[in-house]
Design a protein around this ligand. Structure first.
Ligand SMILES: *Cc1c(COP(=O)(O)O)cnc(C)c1O
Length: 943
C-alpha cells in the first residue's frame, strides 16, 4: 500500500479513508478547511517550510552515519567531569534501547510508575551512601547546574547572604555555570584558593564550594576548612567524583552539608556532553528545600509499600515566584542507568573498578615521574597534572599522533585522567609520548592518598545492590521493573502540554552508535566535525521552523531554555543601558517553570489575568504593560495558550509589549500546534524555547532527558549562551557547550525523515486528533475552552468540576480509574484545577483514540451511577481505583460492584490487560513518614 511508503505515514497514525471520515465527523470536507477555521488567519503562514526533502528511514540512517563518521573518536584522557565508561550490555539493550523504559512519562501517576521509581530510589540510596549524607534527589541536569542549584539551596538557608566562595580548583565549566547563575541574583562569587580564604572575615558569606578530588586531581582535606565555614554560619558544598567516593572518605564525614556531582561515569556514555544525571545530596536539615524530584516510599490501602514523588508541594510548579529552582524535566533514564550500573556491579564490583582506575593513574604517575617530570600532587585518585614547562602544545600534538587526548590546561601543564576503559594498550600509547618504555607498576595494595582520605564507611549495602550480579538475574530484575510501568509501548499517554508522540526506533538507533556516545565534549574541534555538522543542520532547521535568526542547543531542558532565553533578554536590555528593565509579565495560567525561571533570571514577576475563555485578558495586559513601561523586560506567553486555544489576539499582544519597550518570550511547549502552519517568529515573539522531548520526538525517558533549545530574533543573537573555550564564552547555562548533545540525533532523524510537508501534516493531524477527541467527549463532559468555531488546537480540556460537585469524584479518581482501563491519565488540574487536559498527538490512530474515548465515556457512566444514587459516594469503583490483581483475586470480596467490572470494564481488555502493580498510594502518609532510600524500606509501614 502506497500509504505507508514514507516515514511520515508511519509517524502519523491517521490516513486515507479514516482521515477523511474523521474530518467529516467534525463537519468538514477537507483538512485545509478545518485548519483554516482552527488556526486564526492573522497568524497563518502561507509559505512552506524550507527544509530538505524527506528521506526514508534507511536513507536518513545512512546519511547520518556518514555525517557522524567524520568524528574521530580518540582515546580520552581529558577527564574534567567526563569519563569513558563501559555501559553493561544488559543495561544498554534493556534500558537505553528499550521503549518500555525510555517512552515512559514522568512518574506523576505513581501506581503505574513503580518500576522506574524503584530504580530512582536505588539511585537516591546509592548517592546518599556514597556521599555519606542524609538524603538525595532523583537527579539534576548536570554537574554545573547541580552546583548552581546547591548554591541556591544554601542561599535559601541564609537569605541575607550575599557571597559564595568557590575554589579555583573546581571544574572550570562548573565555576562558569555557577557565576552565570549568581550574576542576575546579585550574588557575589569569590573564586580563589581555599587554603588562603578566611571565612571568618568574609562579610555575607553563605556558602563555599570545593572540588573533591580537585580539577588537578589532588585529594585535599577539607575538614578544618569546613569547620571554619560552619563557624561563619555558612553552608559547605562539595562537588565530588562519584567513582572516587567508592574508595575515598565520604564528604558527609568531613562536614559537608551539600554534595553534588555527575553520575555519568556509572555506565552512561559521554555523548559529547550529555545527557547524564547530575546528583545532589544534603543533610537532613535542608531536605524540604532540596530542588528536583525526590522519590519516597508510602503505602497503598492494603498496606503494601509503594513509591511516589515525595514532598511534591516543594516543587517549582507550585511555588511559582517563591521558587528557588525551576527544574522540571530531569534525567530519569540516565539516573536509572547509573543506578543499574551499581545494582549490576555491587559495592565490591564498584570498588574494584575504582581501584583498577587508580592503578592505571598510579602507573601513569610513576612512569612519567621516572622520566624526570613532576606532577602537581602526590595525592590523587584517577587524575594527575603533569608539569610540562613551555611544552604543553608539543605534548598535545604528540598525543594526537597516537590517537589520544590529554586535558588542555595552559602552556605549562597537561592533565591526564584514567577511567574504566583505560586499557594497557591505551596506557602504553600515553606513556610513549613521555618516552617511557618500561612502565613503573605500583606495589600491590599501595594507594596514592593518606590514611585520612581512606573510605571507612560502607555503601550500597541494601540487598538490591547485592542480588543481581549474574546477567540472568539482572535481565529479569530489569524486566520485572519495566512491567510495572505503563509507557507508550502499552497505550496512548494523552498528557496535555507534554506531547507524548511516537519516538521512532530509527530515531533512537544512532544514540548508541560509538561515534555518538564515546565523544568527550572538550575534544579539539577537528575531531568532532560530525557532531558540529549534525548540530549545525539541526539548529538551521529549527531556526527555519521557529522563524528565528539563530538557535542554541545548549539548554538541557525546557526550564533551562526559559532561563537562557530570559538571560538573553536581560543582557540585551542591560547592553542598551536599560538595566532597570526587570519586570516580567506572566499570565496566571502559565506553567510553573515560567515564574520560577523569571525569578532565577533576576526578574520581577507581574501576573496578568486571563478571561473566562482562558485567553489573556488584553485589557489587563495593556494596563500592566503601560504601568510598567519603564521597567518592562518582557512578557512570557505560551502559544497556543496553556488552555489549548489559538488566541487570535496574540499578534496584538506582541505589538503591545514591543510598544512598551519589552521583549516577547514564547514558551514553545505547544509548538506541536504550530510547526509548518505558523511560527513564533511570524507571530512576533523575540525568543522561544522548544522542548525537543515533546514536539521533536526525544522520548520522555520516564522524566528526562530533555533538550530545550532557544531560538531568537536577530537582536538577541549576540546573547545566546556561549561556553568557556568557545568563541562566544559568555552566559553558559550547562556544563557542556552543546548540552545534551547526543540525543539531538533523535530530532535530527525526525526532521530529516519528515521533511517540511511531513512536519506540517503532523501538525494538522495533531489538530484533527485533538478536535476529534474533543468532539466525541463533548457529549459526555463539558469542554472548557474552545476558540474559533468551537475548535481547539492540539489539546483539549474537559471540565470535571460539575461532576465532582454532584458525585465527589475528582480528576484524580478518574486518572486512577483510567489505569484499570489500561491508560495513563491526562494532565490533571492544570492549568485549571478540577479539569483534565488531553493531548492525543498525531501519532495515535483513530482506533486508539476511540478506545480511549470509550474508556472515558464508560467512566462517565460510572460517575452517573453515583449521581443517580445507584452507587455509594465513598465506597465506589472510582474511589477504590486502581484495582490490582491481588485485590481482585482475593478470596473475600465485599465491594458493592463486581470483580469483573473492577478489572474488565470493557470487552476489549480481555484481549490485553495491564495490571497496576499497586493500589492507590497514600501521599500524606508518605510525607509524614519520609523515607527516600532502600535502607529502612524493610521496616516501612509497620510503625
Ligand atoms: C513541559 C513544559 C515546560 C518545562 O519543560 P521541561 O523540559 O520539563 O523543563 C514549560 N512550559 C510548558 C508549558 C510545558 O509544558
Amino acid at each position: 500500500m502506497a500509504v505507508y511508503a514514507d516515514f511520515c505515514s508511519r509517524h502519523v497514525g491517521v490516513h486515507g479513508e479514516t482521515r477523511d471520515e474523521m474530518i467529516k465527523e467534525l463537519g468538514y470536507e477537507r483538512i485545509v478547511d478545518l485548519i483554516e477555521d482552527a488556526v486564526p488567519a492573522e497568524i497563518r503562514d502561507g509559505a512552506e517550510l524550507d527544509l530538505p526533502e524527506a528521506l526514508s528511514e534507511t536513507d536518513a540512517l545512512e546519511l547520518l552515519k556518514m555525517i557522524m563518521g567524520q568524528n574521530e573518536v580518540f582515546k580520552s584522557f581529558i577527564g574534567q567531569g567526563y569519563y569513558g565508561t563501559h555501559t553493561p550490555a544488559v543495561i544498554q539493550r534493556n534500558v537505553l534501547e528499550n521503549p518500555g523504559w525510555y517512552t515512559a512519562y514522568s512518574p506523576y501517576q505513581a501506581e503505574i510508575a513503580q518500576g522506574r521509581m524503584e530504580a530512582l530510589v536505588n539511585f537516591q540510596t546509592m548517592i546518599t551512601d556514597l556521599t555519606g549524607l542524609d538524603i538525595a534527589n532523583a537527579s539534576l541536569l548536570d554537574e554545573g547546574t547541580a552546583a548552581a542549584e546547591a548554591v541556591a539551596l544554601a542561599r535559601s538557608n541564609k537569605p541575607k547572604g550575599t557571597t559564595v566562595f568557590v575554589s579555583d580548583k573546581c571544574l572550570p565549566q562548573t565555576i562558569d555555570v555557577v557565576k552565570n547563575r549568581c550574576e542576575p541574583l546579585n550574588i557575589e562569587v569569590l573564586v580563589g584558593d581555599w587554603k588562603s580564604f578566611d571565612p571568618s572575615t568574609c562579610e555575607g558569606l553563605f556558602a563555599t564550594l570545593v572540588q573533591y578530588p580537585n580539577v588537578e586531581g589532588a585529594i585535599e582535606d577539607y575538614a578544618e576548612f569546613h569547620e571554619k565555614v560552619h563557624a561563619a554560619k555558612a553552608t559547605t558544598i562539595v562537588a565530588a567524583d562519584i567513582l572516587s567516593l567508592t574508595v575515598l572518605r565520604a564528604p558527609g564525614q568531613f562536614g559537608t552539608d551539600i554534595c553534588i556531582g555527575s553520575s555519568q561515569r556509572f555506565g552512561v556514555p559521554m555523548g559529547f556532553g550529555g545527557p547524564h544525571a547530575g546528583f545532589i545530596a544534603c543533610i537532613d536539615k535542608l531536605k524540604r528545600k532540596l530542588p528536583g524530584r525526590i522519590i519516597g516510599i508510602s503505602i497503598d490501602p492494603e498496606g503494601r509499600k509503594g513509591y511516589r514523588i515525595a514532598l511534591q508541594t516543594r516543587e517549582q510548579h507550585i511555588r511559582r515566584d517563591k521558587a528557588t529552582s525551576n527544574i522540571c524535566t530531569a534525567q530519569v533514564l540516565l539516573a536509572v542507568m547509573a543506578s543499574m550500573y551499581a545494582v549490576y556491579h555491587g559495592p565490591d564490583g564498584l570498588r574494584n573498578i575504582a581501584f583498577n582506575v587508580h592503578e592505571m593513574a598510579q602507573v601513569a604517575a610513576g612512569s612519567i615521574c621516572s622520566k624526570g617530570y613532576e606532577i602537581v600532587s602526590d595525592s590523587f585518585f584517577d587524575t594527575i597534572t603533569v608539569k610540562t614547562p613551555g611544552q604543553a602544545e608539543e605534548f598535545h600534538a604528540k598525543a594526537a599522533e597516537v590517537g589520544i587526548n590529554l586535558r588542555s590546561i595552559d602552556a605549562d601543564h597537561v592533565g591526564i585522567s584514567c577511567d574504566e576503559t583505560t586499557s594497557i594498550d591505551d596506557m602504553m600509547a600515553l606513556l610513549s609520548i613521555f618516552d617511557v618504555e618500561e612502565p613503573v607498576v605500583p606495589n600491590e595494595d599501595e594507594v596514592a592518598w593518606d590514611e585520612v582520605h581512606e573510605r571507612t564507611t560502607e555503601f550500597c549495602t541494601a540487598s538490591v545492590f547485592n542480588s543481581y550480579h549474574s546477567e540472568t538475574e539482572m535481565l529479569r530484575y530489569l524486566a520485572r521493573l519495566e512491567k510495572r510501568d505503563l509507557a507508550l509501548n502499552e497505550s496512548m499517554i494523552s498528557l496535555g502540554s507534554c506531547t507524548m508522540k511516537l519516538n521512532a526506533t530509527s530515531e533512537m538507533i544512532p544514540v548508541t552508535w560509538p561515534e555518538v556516545g564515546q565523544m568527550h565534549p572538550f575534544v579539539p574541534e577537528e575531531q568532532c566535525q560530525g557532531y558540529l555538522d549534525m548540530l549545525d543542520s539541526l539548529s538551521d532547521w529549527l531556526a527555519e521552523i521557529t522563524g528565528f535568526a539563530a538557535v542554541s542547543l545548549q539548554p538541557n531542558a525546557g526550564s533551562a531554555g526559559e532561563y537562557a532565553g530570559l538571560l538573553a533578554i536581560r543582557r540585551y536590555h542591560a547592553d542598551r543601558g536599560d538595566k532597570q528593565r526587570v519586570d516580567c509579565l506572566i499570565p496566571t495560567s502559565a506553567h510553573g517553570t515560567n515564574p520560577a525561571s523569571a525569578v532565577m533570571a533576576g526578574m520581577k514577576v507581574v501576573p496578568v489575568k486571563c478571561d473566562d475563555q482562558g485567553n489573556i485578558d488584553v485589557a489587563d495586559l495593556k494596563a500592566k504593560a503601560e504601568k510598567h513601561a519603564d521597567t518592562l523586560a518582557c512578557l512570557m506567553v505560551t502559544y497556543p495558550s496553556t488552555h489549548g486555544v489559538y488566541e487570535s489576539t496574540i499578534k496584538e499582544i506582541c505589538e503591545l509589549i514591543h510598544a512598551n519597550g519589552g521583549q516577547v518570550y514564547m514558551d514553545g511547549a505547544n509548538m506541536n500546534a504550530q510547526v509548518g502552519l505558523t511560527s513564533p517568529g511570524k507571530i512576533g515573539a523575540d525568543v522561544c524555547h522548544l522542548n525537543l522531548h515533546k514536539t521533536f520526538c526525544i522520548p520522555h525517558g520516564g522524566g528526562g532527558p530533555g533538550v530545550g533549545p532557544i531560538g531568537v530574533a536577530e537582536q538577541l543573537v549576540p546573547y545566546l549562551p556561549g561556553h568557556i573555550g568557545m568563541e562566544n564564552n559568555e552566559g553558559a547555562v550547562s556544563s557542556a557547550p552543546y548540552g545534551s548533545a547526543s540525543i539531538n540525533v533523535i530530532s535530527w532523524m525526525y526532521i530529516a525523515m519528515m521533511g517540511g510537508d511531513g512536519l506540517t501534516e503532523a501538525t494538522k493531524i495533531a489538530i484533527l486528533n485533538a478536535n476529534y477527541v474533543a468532539k466525541r467527549l463533548s457529549e459526555h463532559f463539558p469542554i472548557l475552552y474552545t476558540g474559533n468555531k468551537g475548535l481547539v488546537a492540539h489539546e483539549c480540556i474537559i471540565d470535571v468540576r460539575g461532576l465532582t460537585e454532584q458525585s465527589d469524584v475528582t480528576v484524580e479518581d478518574i486518572a486512577k480509574r483510567l489505569m484499570d482501563y489500561g491508560y495513563h491519565g491526562p494532565t490533571m488540574s492544570w492549568p485549571v484545577a478540577g479539569t483534565l487536559m488531553i493531548e492525543p498527538t498525531e501519532s495515535e490512530s483513530k482506533k486508539e483514540l476511540d478506545r480511549f474515548c470509550d474508556a472515558m465515556i464508560s467512566i462517565r457512566q460510572e460517575i452517573q451511577e453515583i449521581i443517580d444514587g445507584k452507587a455509594d459516594k465513598e465506597n465506589n469503583i472510582l474511589k477504590h481505583a486502581p484495582h490490582t490483581a491481588q485485590v481482585v483475586t482475593r478470596d473475600e470480596w465485599d465491594r458493592p460492584y463486581s470483580r469483573q467490572k473492577a478489572a474488565y470494564p470493557m470487552e476489549i481488555l480481555r484481549d490485553h490487560k495491564f495490571w497496576p502493580y499497586i493500589g492507590r498510594i497514600d501521599n500524606v502518609y508518605g510525607d509524614r513518614n519520609l523515607v527516600c532510600s532502600c535502607a529502612g524500606m524493610e521496616e516501612y509501614g509497620e510503625a
